[in-house]
Design a protein around this ligand. Structure first.
Ligand code: SAM
Length: 308
């Protein structure tokens, strides 16, 4: 089998298909075997060990991570936007019968329908589905939010885990708590509505071809029980709870839209200033508090008071 993590073999393979890494698609390929191996192993550790398990990979590139996912999972579907890589991947994985490569923009997928279509057999057998990716950095946030918001907020996101390599700074933001000053923001709080996140390990630029300018880190994002787990007072009715989840996400988005503004001002386009000030007072918070001081749970409480 071709060793896509061997820089010489990788160059030869790209030459054979007349390809070069495309900046526009964020193509920095992993060239140190131990890194994708560790990512795949950690990804699998979030799924029940004793049940069949499938994984959706976003952006296989030349297959550095895909090869290890196929060792740890029963079934792998990899979605790659770059048409040019499809014949290359077909050659690299000609002998792997548990890998399917789909030429598609991940952002265009109807995720719940796609997972049913790809992994219906695994799910019918009581198995689990995960997502794993060395994400193209230019769309990290939209990809993560699209995954988490593909299901209604009243229910747990039906994934065992989302294991992603992202730019180190973004990893810090994904996993930050309100006291982590500059790192905590809309992404941290919005992920908190659906999942718990932790930084697993750092990856240096030298592990990629071409070498990126930034460092990277791998995050494990594990869905929790949904918005009612964060905020037990969320509406008991599922539809109302879903609407509540959207309102909370909206409040979080507005709160960090202009970081320097106080919450009272940043929410004023949607909620009267007096109402926000009164809600903050009821929560025991100062009227000039900024969004960066509130936990996801406090954002839910605030939303509850504002939408009462
Ligand atoms: N997984 C490979 C690795 O670790 O070596 C490649 C990772 S590279 C950082 C990101 C990959 O995502 C590229 O192959 C790129 O073409 C692909 N990609 C970028 N945008 C995408 C999108 N919207 N949907 C699917 N794949 C995408």
């Amino acid at each position: 089998m071709i060793d896509v993590c061997n820089p010489r073999e990788l160059r030869e393979l790209l030459e054979k298909y007349d390809l070069a890494p495309k900046k526009g698609y964020g193509q920095n390929f992993l060239t140190q075997r131990n890194v994708p191996q560790r990512i795949a192993e950690m990804s699998r550790s979030f799924a029940p060990a004793d049940k069949p398990a499938a994984v959706l990979e976003i952006g296989p590139g030349v297959g550095a991570l895909t090869q290890f996912l196929s060792e740890y999972y029963d079934k792998v579907t990899s979605v790659e936007i770059d048409k040019g890589l499809i014949p290359l991947l077909a050659e690299v994985f000609a002998d792997h019968d548990n890998i399917t490569v789909v030429n598609e923009d991940f952002m265009n997928l109807d995720l719940p329908a796609f997972l049913d279509e790809q992994f219906g057999d695994i799910l019918a057998a009581g198995g689990s589905v995960s997502i794993c990716a060395n994400l193209p950095y230019y769309i990290t946030t939209p990809v993560l939010m699209r995954i988490l918001e593909s299901w209604p907020a009243s229910k747990p996101v039906p994934l065992s885990g989302i294991t992603v390599m992202v730019q180190l700074e973004v990893a810090r933001r994904i996993c930050a708590q309100p006291d982590a000053k500059d790192d905590y923001g809309a992404l941290s709080a919005a992920i908190g509505l659906r999942a718990d996140a932790e930084k697993l390990f750092d990856v240096s630029p030298g592990c990629f071809f071409p070498v990126p300018k930034v460092s990277s880190a791998v995050c494990g994002i594990v869905p929790h029980g949904g918005v009612r787990q964060v905020y037990p007072d969320a509406p008991a009715d599922d539809d109302a709870c879903d609407r509540f989840g959207m309102a909370a996400a909206d409040v979080i988005g507005m709160a960090f839209g202009q970081r320097r503004k106080t919450l009272v001002n940043s929410l004023s386009a949607r909620y009267p200033k007096e109402a926000t000030a009164a809600a903050l007072e009821e929560m025991g918070l100062r009227p000039d508090v900024r969004g960066e001081k509130l936990t996801t749970e406090q954002f839910c409480t605030l939303t509850g008071l504002l939408t009462k």
